[in-house]
Design a protein around this ligand. Structure first.
Ligand SMILES: [Zn+2]
Length: 106
């Protein structure tokens, strides 16, 4: 106590966080819909999402959006669960009631 240690400015900390994020950036995602490589990947803010370190959203040429997330396994699971509840996002991660899929099984 009593020592006011300089931990860097907010800008420095933001830069550090961004550098860490960039280091974790996946080279590519695999489209959940058509299986193609998705290289157009953008970071999504994890602000307010406890346990998540990074979220990436990839936009495939086929128009499908594929997400990737890293962080605590439980947080990642909860994230994808939340996504699966969002019908607007129509994720390819639904394999129970996705009647429209023509996937020939794994
Ligand atoms: Zn695709």
């Amino acid at each position: 106590m009593g020592q006011a240690k300089n931990r860097g400015t907010l800008d420095q900390r933001v830069a550090q966080a961004q550098a860490k994020l960039a280091a974790n950036r996946p080279e590519k995602l695999v489209c959940n819909s058509c299986g193609a490589d998705v290289t157009q990947i953008n970071p999504v803010s994890t602000r307010g999402l406890r346990g998540l370190e990074a979220i990436w959203v990839g936009q495939c040429d086929c128009g499908h959006t594929t997400f990737a997330a890293s962080g605590e396994p439980k947080a990642v699971e909860a994230f994808f669960f939340a996504l699966s509840q969002d019908t607007e996002l129509a994720l390819g991660r639904q394999d129970k009631d996705g009647g429209g899929h023509d996937k020939a099984g794994d």
